[in-house]
Design a protein around this ligand. Structure first.
Ligand SMILES: [Zn+2]
Length: 800
């Protein structure tokens, strides 16, 4: 993989960086710039800057030139012991992938935008690119007079000279290098206000495809209210921009005061589905949480990247739940964050939440389900254990103590421990430093309940490990709490329980196996909450994959969820059957078709937002399973604009399945004005019954017709269409290197391997293994392990 190779910094002489004064003279059409950086710095010896890709013209201080060496990655300046301002002049090119200062196109033109996390600030300017070297930034940018510039801070002054305009921005507070932002181009801006903070939205101007940001302002104001009150610290900068970037490898990025998003994550209008609207609210809530967690208080080193991401994820759900209670978003939390993390962490190739990062190259791969979902689930577990009030108190004290500075996970645990009087340090240490998660086996010995733990692995292997598990359970309707911090715990009950459920509302990051049919049946005696109903089927999925549960038993359990009325368990079963259908289409077709068709009838009677999103998903999936339904959905295609937004996916997919109208759908794709619409047509174009048409769609996508950020989505859509597996796999083999290069510097390609190749490879695992070994892609080992698990299940289901 052509990831940027950056060895560890050779010398650590720098003691302090006080500030950077940066001037960039940008040639927008020539895609290059000249720069000057004045660094106010103390060093006990020669200074080594991170500097990737620039051509350094000169280095000096107060009229004196210093000799320097630049090897393309590091710029070493022979200053000796130094204290003062060092001036570096350089020139550089605009980046052609998604990191550094890069070109983001929107069809009619482009903007330039930065993405600097994790270690990409060094691609824009020579700097000490380390999160603990926080400094003040004073930025000036010169561009053609018809363009404008956005950065972290408001404009201080501007001047025009010979057709060029210079934007001088106010100085930032002390902040990490990876949070610097520069956007250059023609923008459409709108303005609003939250208390003393000026709010802006911005997007790249073009003739069609306006981005409607009214909802994004509403969501931003709500979550700002929540965070300012929860953290007890106001938002710290005078302004906050939400910027829609036409092409963006990640979903969004928390540059302080200038947050960037994919366009689909800011736009909401009457044609937007509720599914997309919920995503907009979540991502805004996540990024704005970073303004405190990450930007104001920053991790000392990338080992604690998870602290940023898991906290932002956890707070996102907290604030969204407060802002939009009707969505009951904690249900989505367990289904996406917790279950996603377990699916990843149950592989032997996983990593502890707190990963040891030596080489910056490893950092990108840490933006994964462990850092976001597992970390957030552990925070939810600890909050459940120490109580919401103590948790908030500890977090507030931590933020107050470390604002404008850096901290580590231990600092947070200590504050939670102080606030709660509970041994948080020991519990967190057990969960953070160890990879994997426990399986708790529950058995009954007379009136004694026996709880035993071991590591859970999808391979089916047994490993003895001990976690400090905060166990919650209801026994005969009454709540109990225990700390299971040894291999085995015996709980004496006065009599054998009539009913029992362990891991109440699924706040714990562990799976539960009840030994024996009799005990398993007692779980179902009391009425279960939707979260508990979810937990039982969610645990069953990993037991099926690991070979601990037979397919027959799994189907028996699924039948309890036929005609499911509750959103969360119904969504989960739909997700599981969709995945199993991808793994073993012939065997699952009838079960999945029956479930989805019954569920659609139930959902058609409901009017709430969550039912609308689930209805859209269930209907879309049904078009792949049922030709009759596909044709019925297709009949509304001519009146698409009048169809409820969440149902349009199924109508377009149904049309593709029953018409094979490649040219017609391509034409509509080209005429689309929003990304949601474009993705909808692309999903339909990848859902044809005829594999050669799916291959044609994939070719169309890489030929420059589809935003590069969305090409992976087209591949995911094709992966959900078993009719085209061979064609999609063959296409992938031909285009893998191209995708790897396109997404270099980000973790996007390894996500493709994990999510798509693990499915496409079922039935040809050896061929896939040979292919991946030949190419030596980052993340291939994880994809391969997952593929082996799916492949084994496909074989065993085939025999069932
Ligand atoms: Zn984040």
């Amino acid at each position: 993989m052509q990831q940027m190779t950056t060895a560890t910094r050779p010398e650590k002489t720098v003691q302090q960086v006080r500030g950077y004064e940066v001037f960039l003279d940008v040639d927008f059409t020539g895609l290059k710039y000249k720069g000057r950086v004045k660094v106010d710095i103390d060093s006990r010896g020669d200074i080594t800057f991170d500097a990737v890709g620039q051509t350094v013209e000169s280095v000096g201080s107060a009229g004196r030139k210093f000799p320097s060496q630049h090897d393309g990655k590091f710029l070493t300046v022979k200053t000796g012991k130094f204290s003062g301002i060092l001036e570096i002049e350089f020139s550089a090119k605009v980046s052609d992938n998604f990191t550094g200062l890069y070109k983001a196109s929107h069809g009619e033109g482009y903007i330039l935008s930065t993405h600097l996390e994790a270690v990409q600030a060094r691609k824009v300017i020579p700097c000490i690119d380390h999160p603990a070297h926080k400094a003040e930034f004073k930025l000036s940018v010169r561009v053609d007079q018809n363009l404008s510039v956005i950065s972290n801070m408001p404009l201080d002054s501007s001047s025009i000279e010979s057709g060029k305009k210079t934007f001088n921005f106010k100085k930032t507070p002390k902040m990490a290098t990876y949070l610097l932002y520069v956007g250059v181009g023609k923008f459409v801006e709108s303005k609003d206000r939250h208390g003393r903070t000026e709010l802006f939205s911005a997007y790249a101007d073009r003739s069609k495809g306006k981005i409607n940001t009214a909802f994004s302002f509403e969501a931003a104001k709500k979550v700002l209210d929540f965070y300012e009150s929860y953290f007890g610290i106001p938002y710290q900068l005078p302004k906050l921009h939400n910027i829609a970037v036409p092409e963006f490898a990640y979903g969004a990025m928390e540059n302080w005061g200038a947050i960037t998003y994919r366009e689909i994550l800011l736009h909401v209008d009457k044609d937007t589905s509720i599914r997309a609207r919920k995503n907009v609210a979540h991502v805004i809530a996540h990024e704005i949480a970073h303004m405190w967690f990450g930007d104001l208080v920053t991790m000392k080193w990338w080992d604690d990247l998870w602290l940023n991401e898991s906290f932002a994820t956890f707070m996102d759900f907290k604030s969204t739940d407060w802002a939009y209670p009707q969505w009951r978003v904690w249900q989505d939390f367990v289904r996406t964050s917790t279950a996603g993390a377990m699916g990843r962490d149950a592989l032997t190739k996983t990593h502890p939440i707190e990963a040891k990062v030596k080489d910056p190259e490893e950092i990108e791969e840490l933006f994964d389900e462990i850092s976001y979902g597992k970390g957030a689930s552990i925070l939810r577990m600890i909050e459940g254990y120490i109580g919401a009030e103590s948790f908030k108190k500890g977090v507030d004290a931590y933020l107050h103590k470390f604002q404008y500075s850096n901290a580590s996970g231990n600092d947070l645990w200590s504050h939670l421990q102080q606030a709660s009087g509970t041994d948080v340090n020991r519990i967190m240490e057990g969960w953070i430093s160890k990879e994997g998660f426990p399986l708790v086996s529950v058995s009954l010995l007379g009136s004694k309940l026996v709880l035993q733990q071991e590591r859970f692995l999808l391979t089916g292997a047994v490993e003895k490990h001990v976690w400090p598990i905060p166990i919650t359970m209801t026994v005969d309707g009454k709540a109990q709490k225990h700390l299971l911090d040894e291999e085995k715990l015996e709980v004496n009950l006065s009599s054998p329980p009539h009913s029992l459920k362990v891991n109440v509302d699924q706040t714990g990051f562990y799976v539960v196996h009840y030994d024996g049919k009799e005990l398993q049946n007692r779980v179902w005696i009391e009425k279960l909450s939707p979260l508990d109903r979810w937990g039982l089927i969610s645990d069953a999925k990993v037991f099926l994959l690991s070979g601990r549960m037979t397919f027959t038993d799994y189907l028996r359990l699924i039948s309890r969820y036929q005609n499911e009325e509750e959103y969360l368990p119904a969504f989960e079963v739909s997700d599981q059957l969709a995945l199993l259908y991808e793994i073993s289409p012939a065997r699952l077709l009838e079960t999945s078709r029956k479930f989805h068709s019954e569920e659609l009838k139930i959902l058609s009677r409901k009017t709430d937002d969550n039912s609308a999103t689930l209805r859209g998903t269930v209907a879309a999936r049904l078009t792949l399973l049922d030709d009759g339904y596909a044709a019925q959905a297709a009949s509304q295609f001519k009146d698409l604009a009048t169809v409820e937004p969440d149902m349009r996916r199924s109508v377009v997919m149904g049309y593709a399945r029953s018409s094979n109208d490649f040219d017609g759908l391509i034409d509509l794709f080209k005429k689309s004005t929003t990304d949601e619409e474009r993705l909808r047509y692309l999903e339909a174009l990848a859902s044809f019954r005829k594999p050669e048409l799916v291959a044609k769609t994939l070719d169309f996508a890489v030929a420059g017709n589809v935003k590069r950020q969305d090409i992976r989505n087209v591949l995911f859509y094709a992966t959900a269409n078993p009719d085209a597996y061979n064609a999609t796999w063959n296409w992938f083999k031909k285009n893998a290197d191209k995708l790897d290069t396109m997404y270099s510097g980000t973790a996007q390609f390894s996500i493709v391997l994990r999510e798509a190749v693990s499915i496409l490879g079922v039935g040809r695992a050896n061929e896939v293994e040979t292919f991946l070994k030949e190419h030596d892609y980052i993340g291939a080992d994880i994809a391969l392990e997952r593929l082996r698990i799916y492949d084994r299940l496909a074989k065993s289901i085939g025999k069932a």
